[in-house]
Design a protein around this ligand. Structure first.
Ligand code: 13P
Length: 281
């Protein structure tokens, strides 16, 4: 099985609910994500924030992701999350990524369209898929904060047609990071947007949403769900707990195996739920 772009991955998954996309930070999170997908035999999206990939030395993390996707036994897309500029997208494509997100959501509508079109032209020319964002999510992602701006569904078909993006993130009251309490999601934005476009819609800020909220979002047309903080939580809680069990052993061989296992369990459960488990709600 080789690495697959987002468009083709969403196509082979079209009779199911949504595909899970999981944030990657290093070798162990990357291995855990692939292991979780292989365990349940489902397609997966392994993503890394542009702010993480662009850190000094992190090209190597990108190369590891591409390598693991190439040898995975399930279809796997390698995805650059929330790039704010053209150059970051081109860098990921040169590393071998199969999908990029150009996030022009902070720009005026026409400027978002123009930046997205530029990335789509370059990416599609080499078979790489593109996600964009309309409206803006609240919360902090890789150290950058933003204010909530709900997506206007009427903008969705115009944006989709003018840019030819392969997936579109919409803002429905979801946020990056941990929610304070249960967020109120504006499902009418999903419903109206999905009725106006065939472009697959994306739900960011998955960590902390309730099963019933995922189920409703997927039933209304969300085709990709992003999970970031939950991966960090599984990773770091496991690392700290396992080290605390025996602080003198400094078990840097055994502890990472437990970390990978914890990440893979999150991924396996989420992939099953987003693909089919949601139907029980
Ligand atoms: P969470 O960290 O809230 O799960 O969001 C991740 C995300 O949407 C990345 O784009």
């Amino acid at each position: 099985m080789s690495i697959i772009n987002l468009k083709d991955l969403l196509c082979i998954h079209k009779n199911l609910g949504a595909v899970g996309a999981f944030s990657t930070y290093d070798l162990f999170s990357a291995q855990g994500i692939i292991a979780g997908a292989e365990r349940v035999g489902r397609p997966v999206i392994m993503m890394i924030g542009a702010g993480v990939l662009n850190r000094q030395g992190n090209d190597e993390v990108g190369r590891i992701m591409v390598h693991l996707a190439e040898k995975a036994s399930v279809p796997a897309a390698v995805f650059l999350d929330h790039a704010k500029d053209f150059a970051s997208c081109m860098k990921a494509i040169r590393l071998g990524f199969s999908a990029v997100m150009i996030d022009g959501s902070a720009l005026p509508f026409e400027e978002n369209i123009s930046l997205t079109k530029q990335v789509v032209a370059a990416a599609h020319a080499v078979g790489v898929s593109v996600e964009a964002e309309l409206g803006a999510l609240a919360g902090i992602e890789d150290g950058e904060s933003s204010e909530l701006k709900l997506t206007n569904p009427a903008d969705v078909p115009i944006f989709a047609e003018k840019t030819d993006v392969d997936a579109l993130a919409v803002s429905i009251g979801n946020a990056h990071g941990l929610y304070k309490g249960i967020p109120k999601l504006h499902f009418e934005v999903v419903e109206k947007s999905a009725a106006l476009t065939a472009t697959p819609l994306v739900l960011h800020g998955g960590t902390g949403l309730e099963a019933a909220q995922f189920a409703k979002a997927v039933s209304l047309g969300m085709k990709k769900v992003n999970i970031g903080t939950e991966i960090k939580r599984a990773y770091m809680d496991t690392f700290v707990r396992e080290h605390s069990n025996d602080t003198q052993s400094y078990d840097l061989i055994g502890v990472p195996q437990k970390v990978k296992q914890a990440v893979s369990e999150v991924v396996a459960a989420d992939l099953d739920f987003f693909a089919e488990g949601w139907k029980k709600y």
